[in-house]
Write a protein that binds this ligand. Structure first.
Ligand code: CA
Ligand code: CA
Ligand code: CA
Ligand code: CA
Length: 417
């Protein structure tokens, strides 16, 4: 079947951040929604518009979609109003130019024919508290056929949102035990990992092989004045024995906040300064504060209404994870985990991460996940992996690997029996 690509080609200039195939117009074929991003763009830029492409059998054509601008990170669909058609959630990574601010997440309802309307204020009025969303998934965690919204975020918690009686999504993270799981979460993959019938998740994080963790394994906070119109200056504070020390050097910070120069005329004074020395309680109280207490990539195990976090083995923590895949790689009937990641373009002081050549962790049941040595898994995939997709082909698995600025790579894995 020939597929016309003209509308796709026309839109090739977008920086796509998330996409999903689903039957938007209920005609039995899959349509495509694509959301894009761009941190340095004007928040009203046309490049931040999500696009709906309808499948017309012999080709694809861009169709109408609400005219919104989102610096998107992810797109996911589910029937949110139980009327039989698929509705949409688009997560926003961060407001363009205003890290760590983010409030652009949206919910769109389907009228059954592929016409969508922005219903965020009705279904998700508290969406600004989702934080800097990186991935989202709708899953029925309570077994009542009504999906819950699960999100992970950068500098924030793993969040679970349940619908209340009025049909509005409300934050239920405390009940589910994920409120304190703050991290620089990058990836989320739902799967029933222990085979007990309920949904568990793999969650990707920055790992423990970075300068931040090595300096401050207890965690860190992030402060920024986001209430004014000037671009915020985010300040990372590293925790040490209950005190918070600014991560930026004196020159780095004072380059952005010259008013502090008078207070700390020399380096020695600055080296002992804590966040509460730098900023008044009044100013701190008004700041947007975020935190990270968990650096590790791991598994969220669903145990009847609460989630328990279990970190994956130390090898999983060698590099930041940006892509997850779950499949039975060794053919023993239990779901295993593949991790991809790395970060080549990092700030000089933080250094680049390239320790992940694609890793496999085999499911050993109650014994947890076991690292499969690189020499045995046969994988040697370099680069910044940003997406992993596993296609089941009987006795073989095909793995599609999306990397930054590199061509798509495909691997075939023959499952051992
Ligand atoms: Ca369709
Ligand atoms: Ca619906
Ligand atoms: Ca389970
Ligand atoms: Ca397995």
């Amino acid at each position: 079947m020939p597929v016309a690509v003209s509308d796709f080609s026309k839109d090739a200039g977008y920086e796509d951040a998330g996409a999903v195939f689903f039957d938007a117009d209920d005609d039995g074929d899959l349509d495509l929604l694509v959301a894009s991003g761009g941190y340095s763009l004007n928040p009203q830029a046309l490049w931040l518009r999500p696009r709906l492409y309808l499948n017309h059998g012999n080709g694809w054509a861009r169709d109408s979609f609400p005219d919104v601008r989102i610096n998107a990170s992810c797109v996911t669909v589910a029937d949110l109003d139980q009327d039989g058609d698929q509705d949409i959630f688009i997560g926003e990574r961060v407001t363009p130019g205003r890290f760590p601010e983010s409030s652009g997440d949206r919910i769109f309802l389907n009228d059954g024919k592929g016409h969508f309307s922005d219903r965020t204020t009705q279904f998700l009025p508290d969406h600004a508290t989702l934080g800097m969303v990186t991935q989202a998934s709708f899953q029925d965690l309570r077994g009542d056929k009504v999906p819950e919204l699960v999100t992970v975020s950068d500098w924030g918690a793993i969040q679970i949102w349940e619908k209340d009686r009025q049909g509005t999504f409300r934050n239920a993270s405390e009940k589910w035990g994920t409120l304190a799981l703050t991290g620089c979460w990058t990836a989320l993959a739902p799967a029933d990992l222990d085979g007990d019938g309920d949904m568990d998740f793999v969650v990707g994080n920055m790992g423990t092989n970075g300068q931040w963790y090595l300096t401050a394994p207890q965690g860190m906070n992030l402060y920024a004045d986001t209430h004014s119109t000037v671009p915020p200056v985010p300040v990372v504070a590293l925790l040490d024995q209950g005190k918070e020390y600014p991560y930026p050097s004196r020159d780095e910070l004072f380059g952005q906040m010259p008013e502090l120069k008078k207070k700390y005329p020399d380096y020695i004074g600055y080296s002992k300064a804590t966040i509460t020395d730098l900023f008044s309680p009044d100013r701190i109280g008004k700041m947007n504060r975020k935190e990270v207490r968990e650096f590790r990539t791991g598994v969220l195990e669903n145990s009847g209404g609460t989630f328990r976090f279990r970190a994956l083995p130390v090898q999983a923590q060698f590099a930041p994870v940006y892509a997850l895949a779950v499949a039975d790689f060794d053919g023993d009937g239990k779901l295993d985990i593949m991790l991809g990641g790395n970060q080549d373009k990092a700030r000089v002081r933080l250094g680049k991460s390239d320790a992940n050549l694609l890793q496999v962790f085999l499911n050993r049941g109650t014994a947890g996940f076991e690292y499969m040595p690189q020499a045995l898994n046969g994988l040697f995939v370099q680069g910044d992996v940003r997406s992993l997709l596993v296609l089941n082909k009987g006795s073989e698995l095909a793995i599609l690997i999306g990397r930054n600025d590199l061509p798509l790579k495909t691997l075939q894995i023959a499952r051992k029996r």
